[in-house]
Design a protein around this ligand. Sequence first.
Ligand code: RB5
Length: 149
Amino acid sequence: MEKKILAIGCDHGGYELKEFIKDMLDAENVEYKDFGCDGEPVNYPDYADKVCRAIQSGECYRGILVCGTGIGMSMAANKHAGIRAACCSDEYSAKMTRQHNDANVLCLGGRVIGFGLAADMVHIFLNTEFEGGRHLTRVNMLNALDNNK
Ligand code: RB5
């Protein structure tokens, strides 16, 4: 079976939540690669870039990015071809962005949401399948926008 490695990254605003998510993934035997940071002040686009490149290369199949709000990470991530990053603060959005948008990066705000909600959203993100069908047409249209300069 194909190895599925999750990419995970954060800036200083998302460090505590990223560490919590890592503990959770460890307890559940979910394989991941941590692209940093280690809590020091950094610039979030650098860490979004590391995670997104790992997905683009096929090293990792999906990613989780955490910053203070999740917004900067999602903006940076969505600059990468083939990346569909969703900044979510509720379970319904996390579910729908997998089912309808085939999101491959979940962005979370470490200063916005609690650990319990984050854990629920990570589980949904990892365990919800893309529905395909009419949504595939739209995702293909999204992917075509990668060519807009
Ligand atoms: C860092 O202070 C903060 O700006 C960053 O974590 C993030 O919230 C940006 O979107």
